[in-house]
Design a protein around this ligand. Structure first.
Ligand code: APR
Length: 363
């Protein structure tokens, strides 16, 4: 999963580089800047002193010192002044410059805080959208692993409207699930009676037909009574149509076969599909080369989303990997919400999953 949203303290992350939301002096401050300087120790400040500051939107690299990462990339985000003063462009260039600096220094993994979304006042959900956008764009041409580190839940806001819609959908699903469950239970005995009645009628019909058959062909069934005959025909009637051989010949296409077929049908390339699914190349080639490969549920769903499959096709594809979208767990209900609303933006889905404390898509 090339882009991961995680919750935690960026100073604890063991990756090649962490990004610091600094100020233009690069001499430390509060928030994540203060946390990074405290954890790195004086060596970081001494190196920063030699850098001569940093302009908003630009980025500079130092060593990591006592931090568990090799490098710290210091970037200065814009102060939010209402959104009409070029803040978004400046914030985008923070991510672009930090990512290219990481790549130029051979980093295979880099972690970002939500730049400017603290002291500098950039609205959280917009800050996250910019971060996700720029990182996904960069990842279309890179194999780097990128983390967005959310320090605390409240700094993670997917927008009240979307959050409210999903909550209502979850409640409805639980309710309808509970309703259908009680309905089934209430109807069960009745259904059972109906089933028994229908089965009895069915048997009556078979018996009547067999008796007629029997009378017409009586001489060749010497000794076989009508009852025995109808019993064997009944058994025959209910016997599975396919023999074992048929079953093996009709083996359904596998998950990976359906995935590759759908990629072709959609006119996508393999790369487009696994990038959109936020799945890394190695995992995709495993799925591609082994027709019976069984991906994890989140990976299977990530491909369903990348292919933008409607609900029924999505369920069919998941079934081929041995999964179903259950209506009794939040993760599945949130996925169903986005599919039903034809919203296949995997990062928006991950933001929602993150907000509801669920696993993220793609792994
Ligand atoms: N790990 C990860 N994220 C963190 C951590 C941490 N240890 N501490 C804070 N954050 C998050 C905040 O919750 C916020 O979402 O980092 C994001 C950025 O917030 P700030 O650190 O306030 O940075 P910013 O909004 O860019 O303001 C920069 O604040 O600290 C000063 O010197 C800094 O003047 C500069 C200004």
């Amino acid at each position: 999963m090339p882009l991961k949203l995680i919750r935690g303290d960026i100073t604890k992350l063991e990756c090649d580089a962490i990004v610091n939301a600094a100020n233009s002096t690069l001499l430390g401050g509060g928030g994540v800047d203060g946390a990074i300087h405290r954890a790195a120790g004086r060596g970081l400040l001494n190196e920063c002193r030699k850098l001569g500051g940093c302009k908003t939107g630009e980025a500079k690299l130092t060593k990591g010192y006592r931090l568990p990462c090799r490098f710290v990339i210091h970037t200065v985000g814009p102060v939010w002044r209402g959104g009409d003063n070029g803040e978004e462009d400046l914030l985008r260039s923070c991510y672009r410059n930090s990512l290219s600096l990481a790549a130029d220094n051979g980093c295979e993994s880099v972690a970002f805080p939500l730049i400017s979304s603290g002291v500098y006042g950039y609205p959280k959900d917009r800050a996250l959208r910019v971060a996700t956008d720029e990182i996904v764009r960069f990842l279309s041409g890179s194999e780097m692993l990128v983390y967005i580190v959310i320090f605390d839940k409240k700094s993670f806001d997917i927008g009240e409207k979307l959050f409210g819609d999903i909550e209502a959908f979850i409640d409805d699903s639980y309710a309808s699930d509970a309703y259908s469950y009680t309905l089934e239970r209430r109807r069960a005995p009745v259904m059972m009676d109906i089933c028994l009645e229908e089965a009895a009628e069915e048997d009556e019909k078979i018996d009547r037909r067999n008796k007629k058959l029997y009378q017409a062909a009586a001489p060749s069934f010497a000794g076989a009574s009508a009852d025995k005959l109808s019993a064997s025909v009944k058994k025959e009637k209910r016997a599975p149509k396919n023999t074992l051989e048929d079953e093996l010949n009709n083996l359904d296409e596998s998950f990976s076969e359906m995935l590759l077929r759908k990629i072709d049908e959609k006119g996508m390339t393999d790369v487009e599909c696994y990038k959109r699914a936020n799945v890394d190349r190695k995992l995709f080639s495993k799925i591609r080369s082994d027709r019976l490969y069984r991906p994890s549920k989140t990976t299977a769903i990530a491909f369903v989303i990348a292919l933008e499959l409607p609900l029924e096709e999505a369920k069919n594809m998941l079934m081929k990997a041995g999964y179903a979208l259950s209506r009794s767990n939040k993760f599945d209900i949130i996925i169903e919400y986005f599919i039903v609303n034809a919203n296949y933006d995997i990062f928006e889905i991950n933001e929602a999953l993150f907000k509801f404390d669920q696993n993220l898509l793609g792994v």
